[in-house]
Ligand binder design. Structure first.
Ligand SMILES: N=C(N)NCCC[C@H](NC(=O)CCC(=O)O)C(=O)O
Length: 445
């Protein structure tokens, strides 16, 4: 039996914009109110997916969500036709209106936490959509994320879907952005590492003071319970509260793991030594490569600005491990020279590939934010929705679809245009046919 890690990248939605919605995410606040290009954003994302497919990787696509979210506006009392609801909300509650327009579902590392069948008690692949309660605009995602994931992984013999955790900050869950899995091979039981920012039910424990800790310990524990993980293959680690206060709003902004390698910044975690010892014990006899980047080599600030750790660490079919990095890393002298040197060191990482995902980066979303990892064996892969898997034909269809439906530029003021809602629905209706998802959107139900 063969085993793969399949990366499902989020397709950027037609309303991609910069609204400054994410307190604690430095890029989101810095670029607030700039104009965006939904078309370029979607094409940049597709180019990355196609390039990984061309490298021989299994690559998938995760559909975006319907925005503006009229239903959320109706729920809070705006009435009338869809156009009237939009106009009233834009005028009376502009900040809320911008939040319901966000294309933030593109960052699919926050769509769900996924545990592969090798780790779970019942031998199925488990999915729990993230509730994303810390940000209103993101809390609108989990129901549709769950529907889309079910439409992609519908076979109950192999896949089990859970409801998202209680919609409350005590169970704040940010999905795979705060979860990484170390293993000797994708098909073997691995160690699932959950990284949380604070304890919700114990205020005596350390927590950041300036910016929010989005992921709680209690949420991480709940996911491990739901997925039927055993204590022997689960580790809970706290993120260093000081780095959250420096703009590290998700753990995947400061650490990334793949197979036997954890690439991380010296300041990433609290209680690092004891937790790494636990990871090594649970991992087994083979050594885990803990690749530490020292603050003297790359500062936390440079890591946050360039997303050195929001890189994808992947194994090519040849077995070589490579880093997929944003071009921001190449443009920063210290980070670029660090990476150039890293691949000459005695670690499993052999190459660096740079990608332009600047449209996403301006909202604090690097290559790793844009993808949800799902480790599957060949039977499970065959049971998944094949129309969501990247190949030359799908790439052609999706680039054509983007060019026909997406605007080249979008200013925050354009969001109030009722035509944008219609454009978005027309595009998504066609997309569900291309990806054979069925009626996953409210407007289709
Ligand atoms: N690190 C990972 N895995 N994901 C990045 C998510 C970025 C996203 N930005 C935003 O939602 C900004 C939207 C705006 O400001 O318009 C967030 O903060 O949740």
């Amino acid at each position: 039996m063969k085993h793969f890690e399949v990366n499902f990248d989020g397709l950027v939605g037609p309303t991609h914009n910069y609204a400054g919605l994410s307190f604690g995410n430095v890029a989101s606040l810095a670029n607030a109110k700039s104009s965006s290009s939904p078309r370029d954003a979607a094409l940049q994302g597709l180019a990355k997916m196609k390039a990984l497919h061309d490298m021989g990787m299994q690559q998938g696509v995760l559909a975006p969500q319907e925005r503006p979210n009229i239903y959320a506006l109706r729920q809070i009392g705006f009435t009338g036709t869809d156009a009237e609801v939009l106009a009233k909300a834009a005028q009376q509650a502009p900040a809320i209106f911008q939040a319901v327009c966000s294309a933030s579902s593109m960052w699919t590392a926050n769509a769900a936490t996924v545990s592969p069948s090798a780790d779970t008690a019942n031998g199925k692949v488990h999915f729990t959509p993230a509730n994303l309660t810390n940000k209103f605009h993101r809390s609108l995602e989990p129901v549709t994320s769950g529907r889309i994931l079910k439409a992609m992984f519908s076979n109950e013999r192999y896949f089990q879907h859970h409801r998202h955790l209680p919609d409350n900050e005590h169970f704040g869950d940010e999905g795979a952005a705060n979860h990484t899995r170390l293993c000797q091979d994708y098909g073997l039981a691995g160690v699932e590492v959950f990284v949380y920012g604070r304890h919700a039910f114990d205020s005596s424990k350390p927590a950041p003071t300036k910016y929010p800790a989005r992921q709680t310990y209690e949420a991480s524990e709940a996911i491990a319970r739901l997925h039927g993980l055993s204590e022997d293959n689960t580790v809970f680690m706290q993120q260093n509260p000081d780095v959250i206060d420096q703009g590290v709003f998700h753990n995947d902004v400061i650490a990334v793991g793949n197979r036997n390698t954890l690439f991380y910044h010296q300041e990433a975690f609290a209680n690092t030594e004891a937790k790494f010892a636990e990871i090594q014990t649970k991992f087994g006899d083979d050594p885990v490569h803990f690749i530490e980047v020292k603050s003297a080599e790359v500062s936390v600030q440079d890591a946050v600005n360039t997303y050195l750790f929001n890189t994808q660490l992947i194994n090519l079919p040849s077995g070589e491990m490579v880093i997929i990095a944003p071009t921001e890393c190449q443009e920063n002298e210290r980070v670029a020279s660090y990476l150039a040197e890293l691949v000459t060191r005695d670690t499993p990482i052999r190459q660096v590939h740079y990608f332009d995902v600047k449209q996403s980066m301006r909202n604090g979303g690097g290559p790793a934010c844009l993808r949800l990892r799902v480790a599957l064996n060949d039977e499970e892969l065959a049971a998944a929705n094949q129309h969501c898997l990247m190949n030359d034909a799908l790439y052609g269809k999706l680039t054509d679809w983007v060019k026909r439906h997406y605007r080249d530029t979008l200013a925050v003021d354009d969001l109030r245009d009722p035509a944008l809602l219609e454009e978005s629905r027309t595009a998504l209706d066609e997309l569900t046919q291309i990806l054979r998802l069925g009626s996953v959107y409210e407007f289709q139900r």
